[in-house]
Design a protein around this ligand. Structure first.
Ligand SMILES: [Zn+2]
Length: 76
C-alpha cells in the first residue's frame, strides 16, 4: 500500500508507492522528459552546478534537487 503525499511539482495529493517519484502521475510524464534533458546536459557539462541547471532549464532549484534525491542524477 502506498501512502498519500503531495506532489513536489503541482502540490496535488496522490498515492506514493515505490514506483513513484515525488511527483504525481500527471506530472510524471513531463518529469521523465525533463530528466532525460537534464541527464543529457550533464553528460556534456559534467561540472554544471545546481544553479546553472535551474537557470538553464528554467526550473526551481528544488525541482532539480528532487531529481537528485531520486538518485537519478548526480552533481558533484
Ligand atoms: Zn503533480
Amino acid at each position: 500500500m502506498g501512502k498519500l503525499t503531495n506532489c513536489s511539482k503541482c502540490g496535488s495529493v496522490y498515492v506514493y508507492d515505490t514506483h513513484s517519484y515525488n511527483v504525481c502521475p500527471r506530472c510524471k510524464s513531463g518529469y521523465d522528459v525533463t530528466y532525460n534533458l537534464i541527464r543529457d546536459y550533464l553528460m556534456n557539462h559534467p561540472n554544471c552546478s545546481l544553479m546553472e541547471l535551474a537557470t538553464k532549464f528554467k526550473l526551481p532549484v528544488r525541482t532539480i534537487k528532487s531529481y537528485i534525491e531520486d538518485d537519478r542524477l548526480s552533481i558533484r
